[in-house]
Design a protein around this ligand. Sequence first.
Ligand SMILES: [Zn+2]
Length: 410
Amino acid sequence: MSFDLVLKNARIGGAEEQAVDIGFRDGRVAAIASELDQDAPFEDLENRLVLPGLVETHIHLDKSCILGRCHTVNGTLDEAIAAVAAAKRNFTEADVYERAGKTLEKAVLQGTMRMRTHVEVDPRIGLTSVRALLRLKQDYAWAIGIELCVFPQEGLLDDPGCEDVMVEALELGADVVGGAPYMDKDAHGQIARIFSLARRFDVDIDFHLDFGLDPSHLDIEEVCRKTDKYGWGGRVAVGHVTKFSSLSPDRFETVARLLESAGVAVTVLPSTDLFLTGRDHDHDVPRGVTPLHKLKAQGITCSLSTNNVLNPFTPFGDCSLVRMANLYANIAQVGSPAGMAACLDMVSSQSAKLMNLDDYGIAPGNPADLVVLDCASRAEAVSELSPVLAGFKGGVRTFSRSAPILHRPV
Ligand SMILES: [Zn+2]
């Protein structure tokens, strides 16, 4: 068997105990074995970890990198929404393309190869951001697969004309429909409209849901009811759900069973949740990060993601999903090697499952989309924040980063 390229001595995540050779042919993984064809061009990975390209399920490219344009004081969710709504009035297609492209390139260099970006649409911004991101999706297809999830950040029912723009965006090529029910007076009414759009366009759903810390009312129950009613199990995700962090163990258990039986996936955005939550407390501040690993242990599809980059929702961001896994493990007090490996799965295989990526994973026949990390195991990647050194998409190298070198005195 001949190969276009062989990666030698690779430790594939999930089976990292033993190093193997991975052979590429025609853009796909053609073979995996302890030793492959010596005549093919090869690269020796020297026992480094190899993962399928990382997966970002929830990021806002359109409103990234606008910190300098926003003035905020309290650091609350409401303030962030208002500040971005004001800044958004001046967005142009070229401006969104430029900022989103900068953020996207950072993500690519951190090993992200699949991405769901949430895009705001409303009667004021119209399709400006959608058009910019559709162009970006095309221009960067060599490095990353992007899907667009359009959603009404400023409300749907209470913002007349917004649904028409959502429909136009879906007709133009948006892949997923999203919601933010807490933005409308009638949250259940918005949930119903989003399901109606999803059924009309046959697309998956991704909600921003259950923000805050007061668990006396949860919208997740309605989302699960509708998911069951329309047979949308496996096609619905909910993000943030900071209210789950305030649930007593028995209520948390009840919600977990509900999610599991409806087939609703969960995304936690640790950086944003930590930054925005509990602003009304002056000590003993609750952190609002839902214990996602406990949901994962119950068979629920769970993803960790970046959410916002350099804006009033999150004034941080290197777009590193390995860092997000590390941040989560730290705040959720996950310390065992198996637990840390599971955190890495939540930025790779679990996230791929949330996005229904059927061709994901390093296996013969799948696209040769993979990244090389400077470590030997998933647990080590999370505990030591190991850098991503290289990526291959369709068998072609898409980026390189150098491993650090110590210059000892001679
Ligand atoms: Zn978000």
